[in-house]
Design a protein around this ligand. Structure first.
Ligand SMILES: Nc1ncnc2c1ncn2[C@@H]1O[C@H](COP(=O)(O)OP(=O)(O)OP(=O)(O)O)[C@@H](O)[C@H]1O
Ligand SMILES: [Mg+2]
Length: 414
């Protein structure tokens, strides 16, 4: 009697359990129904039962091609992808035809567990010792194949992770490159003004020296000289100070982004330096950044670079995503020490994030600005720093047009 049994199984895991159970039972498992039927036909005189995993399309063809005179028992194991109604319909029509034509075939649907418990016992009884070894061989070959496929997949996944790590590292360097370019541009202004003022100062003193040499010096010339020298000196001093403070911030932030050394620093001062290092990006924007919520006494002992990266990315995101170029807005950063944990919040008053995107923003490569050069790695980097380096947590709350709030908790920073 020809017997057709369909068994629903779900996912790869039960499939593997099934494979090993079948192996114990000495059964052949093929994922090609035509091959299964072919082998079933070959073994039919011995009354073999075969199992096959099939998507259903070729069952009918395969069984029709088998010699109808042969006594054939086949168990089909169906991958449980039959939510697809068309496929189910195709299968059912196939079965119906088979029933019509051969009469003896019947369809039965078993749960996976039933199939293994009930059918394997029966199947085991009708297996002959002679072919068992051949069936084992076949199963072994399939197992090896499966193993190879799993190894290939693992290698591919490792390569993917490596690429992701490389991209994150490249993103860090690109951020540093951007910082260098921005700061060079920014320093150019005070240094340029300083140079102009210094040469003006030299000309003024040269003019005064000439008057002295020619004996034409008047009291009023001396007064003019004094006020000019003071004024120009003030300009030189102020601009040198500005350049110096930029260089200092830049040095700390830039060095910190590459150096790994731990040091002690006050969080508020440091975040302020990060903000200064971003001043090229803040110029011509009416965005107020308030650090009032950071407790001044918070002294951290950690590598400062990652802290700079967290705030650089968050602030840049507010500038790029939250506010239009001419829009005014506010960014607030707050931090407090809570029983050995550093709790920080970052918020802006910008456009916010659509609810369906909130879950995705920490995913690598998620960006809503791909066409504007966004790579979607910024928040992934922040997430990794907070969760992996500082073993902490980061959560985002946002509603469209009501800004964003990021809550972060960092460990091992004191
Ligand atoms: N403050 C914010 N306001 C509104 N949307 C934001 C804000 N911060 C992040 N987003 C959203 O989260 C997405 C992911 O941010 P992420 O920093 O990872 O990538 P990106 O800024 O688009 O690109 P990249 O930082 O790599 O240049 C952004 O594309 C944006 O849609
Ligand atoms: Mg970003």
């Amino acid at each position: 009697m020809k017997k057709l049994v369909t068994v629903s199984i779900e996912g790869i895991e039960p499939l593997n359990i099934l494979r090993s159970k079948l192996y114990e039972a000495g059964l052949f498992l093929s994922n090609r129904s035509d091959i299964a039927v072919q082998i079933a036909s070959d073994f039919s005189t011995l009354g073999k039962c075969l199992l096959t995993i099939t998507k259903g399309f070729c069952i009918e063809v395969a069984l029709n091609n088998a010699d109808p005179a042969q006594d054939l028992q086949v168990v089909f194991i169906l991958e449980n992808r039959l939510e697809n109604l068309n496929q189910t319909a195709v299968m059912q029509s196939g079965f119906t035809k088979l029933i019509d034509k051969q009469g003896e075939i019947f369809i039965k649907r078993y749960r996976f567990a039933d199939a293994v418990n009930v059918d394997l016992e029966a199947l085991r009884r009708i297996l002959s010792n002679k072919t068992k070894e051949e069936l084992f061989d076949d199963l072994n070959r399939q197992n090896i194949q499966l193993q190879l496929e799993i190894e290939e997949r693992i290698t591919a996944e490792e390569a993917l992770h490596e690429t992701q790590r490389d991209l994150v590292a490249a993103e860090k360097l690109a951020a540093l490159g951007g910082l260098v370019a921005g700061i060079a541009h920014e320093i150019n202004t005070p240094v340029g003004i300083g140079v102009t003022a210094a040469s003006h100062l030299r000309e003024t003193i040269e003019g005064f020296a000439t008057l002295c040499a020619e004996g034409k010096l008047k009291r009023s010339d001396l007064d003019t000289l004094i006020s000019s020298v003071l004024e120009l000196n003030g300009i030189v001093e102020e601009n040198l100070r500005r350049a110096s403070s930029l260089i200092k911030s830049f040095k700390e932030v830039a060095v910190d982004q590459t150096a790994e050394d731990e040091r002690e620093f006050f969080l508020k001062q440091y975040v302020n330096q990060v903000v200064i290092s971003l001043s090229p990006n803040l110029r011509n924007r009416s965005i107020e950044i308030s650090l009032d919520g950071i407790d001044e006494s918070i002294l951290l002992k950690t590598t400062p670079g990652p802290i700079a990266q967290i705030f650089t990315n968050l602030i840049m995101n507010s500038l790029v995503h939250a506010f239009d170029q001419d829009q005014s807005g506010k960014i607030e950063i707050a931090a407090k020490h809570n029983s050995g944990v550093l709790e920080m919040t970052y918020s802006d008053t910008g456009k916010g994030i659509a609810s369906e995107n909130i879950e995705k923003i920490f995913n690598p490569f998620f960006t809503t600005k791909r066409s504007h050069g966004g790579s979607g790695l910024g928040m992934h980097l922040v997430y990794n720093i907070v969760t992996k380096k500082y073993l902490g947590q980061i959560k985002c709350e946002s509603e469209p047009n009501h800004g964003v709030v990021f809550h972060m908790s960092l460990h091992n920073v004191f």
